[in-house]
Design a protein around this ligand. Structure first.
Ligand SMILES: NC(=O)C1=CN([C@@H]2O[C@H](COP(=O)(O)OP(=O)(O)OC[C@H]3O[C@@H](n4cnc5c(N)ncnc54)[C@H](O)[C@@H]3O)[C@@H](O)[C@H]2O)C=CC1
Ligand SMILES: CC/C=C\C[C@H](O)C(=O)/C=C/C=C/C=C/C=C/[C@@H](O)C/C=C\CCC(=O)O
Length: 261
């Protein structure tokens, strides 16, 4: 898929991995709707992107992805503003083991809602032209992560949901590819949650173990994650793909064994 003139919606798009992805899309002349909860960081991000890429190429839409009505509005506003929708990146995520219900709402339920809304706006089933959806999971879905049980569960859920729907999309000819991105530790604000009882809950006493894991496995730059994301977006052969990004192996794919009878 060539990116010039395409329109993307990125949740959690104003900082960290989402912002890096938005910048990569803008560099390749796509238009981007930044959908994020954080008004002040959103306004600052929009200002900086305007200076670098021109003010007509992005919009900031303040939205809590857990609010179904607001998320629906954000999709509608994006299409009204830019005239079409081709790429959806369900990236917004939190690490909160104390309020774990919220973690499920943001990391899994809202990814499911965002995916179904994306299909309404892009699928041939709804008379649209097709497109691509990237759902952000984590290497936590593949590795032993004892101090983030609910976070880990949500990231497993994102993979299961996305791969099942990717198969449905192929069988039912939706014309929409659905892929998953699983980064290891990335240098973003999210990592600061390790020091906070408000987010780690009773697992706060293991924060040093988690920090040792960061030292052991290393911490990636958001720009590398954006590079992987662009491959998932543009490579038309990828549907149901699960990309892993780690310091040891760089950008690579999880290989699923074929089912035997
Ligand atoms: N940083 C890391 O080590 C890794 C991050 N991930 C995943 O990458 C994604 C992005 O995370 P980061 O960029 O690291 O985090 P971040 O904390 O830097 O950025 C997350 C963005 O999502 C937004 N957000 C949070 N809750 C929201 C809500 N309810 N509605 C709308 N926006 C909301 C925040 O305002 C923020 O702008 C998440 O899904 C995370 O789980 C995956 C693996 C590793
Ligand atoms: C307090 C932490 C906050 C949030 C969690 C974070 O966002 C997250 O999701 C982090 C996940 C990190 C996982 C890190 C592990 C990386 C391991 C790899 O280097 C192991 C190497 C290879 C794996 C095998 C393979 O790729 O095939």
């Amino acid at each position: 898929m060539a990116l010039r003139g395409r329109v993307a919606l990125v949740t959690g798009g104003v900082q960290g991995i989402g912002r890096a992805a938005a910048e990569s899309l803008l560099e390749k002349h796509a238009k981007v709707a930044l959908v994020d909860l954080n008004q002040s960081v959103g306004e600052e991000c929009k200002k900086e992107l305007d200076e670098q890429y021109g003010q007509d190429n992005s919009i900031f839409l303040q939205c809590d992805v857990t609010d179904g009505g607001k998320l629906q509005e954000a999709f509608k506003s994006t299409v009204e503003h830019f005239g079409r929708l081709d790429i959806v990146i369900n990236n917004a995520g939190i690490n909160n083991e104390k309020n774990w219900e919220k973690t499920i709402e943001v990391n899994l339920t809202s990814v499911i809602k965002g995916t179904y809304l994306a299909l309404e706006h892009m699928s041939k089933e709804y008379g649209k032209e097709g497109g691509v959806i990237i759902n952000v999971s984590s290497m936590a879905a593949f590795l032993h992560s004892p101090y983030q049980p609910v976070y880990t569960a949500t990231k497993h859920g994102v993979i299961g949901f996305s791969r099942a729907l990717a198969d449905a999309s192929e069988h039912c000819n939706y014309g929409v590819r659905i892929n998953v991105l699983c980064p290891a530790f990335v240098d973003t604000q999210l990592l600061l949650s390790v020091d906070c009882e408000e987010t780690m809950g009773k697992f706060i006493k293991y924060k040093d173990d988690l920090k040792q894991k960061m030292d052991k496995y290393g911490v990636l730059k958001p720009s590398l994650i954006a590079e992987g994301m662009m491959r998932l977006v543009t490579d038309e052969s990828l549907n149901g793909a699960v990309m892993k990004i780690t310091c040891s192996k760089g950008i690579h794919f999880h290989v699923y064994e074929p089912l035997s009878a």
